[in-house]
Design a binder for this molecule. Structure first.
Ligand SMILES: Nc1ncnc2c1ncn2[C@@H]1O[C@H](COP(=O)(O)OP(=O)(O)O)[C@@H](O)[C@H]1O
Ligand SMILES: [Mg+2]
Length: 153
């Protein structure tokens, strides 16, 4: 499948993408979120969680590395690996056990666990754009990911 590119003019556009994704999330989905600091990765996750019905505070896991949410019948695992010192930390922390067939797992900075993380279903990169603030490049990497990304935007 070809990649999808979508302009995100402002925070509201990022939230709208989160809403669309939230409506399509399937059990066991693994999503990688790439992009520079401040690109809007956590903002996108926050919007997904709120769209699913979460009404608490969504903390960035930039210090804790990991936050977990139970929303209705779904479990969402949210990681931020920016502070990893080596990819092996993904294994030594036991984080890999959180990837399973039921939970939806979203990982910011997956590059920090390169070669130890399994392949995602979807990879989203948010890049800074000179003219339109941000652009999201969305790639389906599995059949399950393709089903989510088809007609997404
Ligand atoms: N499309 C957008 N255009 C401009 N600003 C945005 C956009 N999406 C999100 N933002 C803002 O950019 C910042 C992104 O922060 P955050 O989501 O924590 O970034 P990251 O997790 O990628 O480091 C927030 O202040 C948010 O309000
Ligand atoms: Mg973040």
């Amino acid at each position: 499948m070809k990649e999808i590119s979508v302009f995100l003019e402002n925070e509201k556009s990022t939230s709208e993408l989160g809403l669309k994704l939230s409506e399509r999330l399937a059990a066991g989905l693994l999503i990688f979120l790439k992009g520079d600091l401040g690109a809007g990765k956590t903002c996108l996750v926050r919007s997904i969680l709120i769209s699913l019905g979460y009404d608490g505070k969504v903390k960035s896991p930039s210090y804790s590395l990991f936050e977990q949410y139970y929303i209705n019948d779904k479990t969402i695992n949210h990681f931020d690996l920016y502070r990893f010192k080596s990819p092996e930390e993904w294994l030594s922390t036991g984080f890999n056990d959180y990837i399973n067939v039921h939970d939806i797992t979203i990982i910011e900075w997956p590059e920090m666990a390169k070669n130890v993380l399994c392949d995602p279903d979807i990879e989203i990169e948010i890049v800074y754009d000179k003219e339109v603030s941000r652009r999201a490049i969305i790639k389906a990497k599995s059949k399950k990911g393709e089903a989510v990304c088809k007609d997404l935007v």
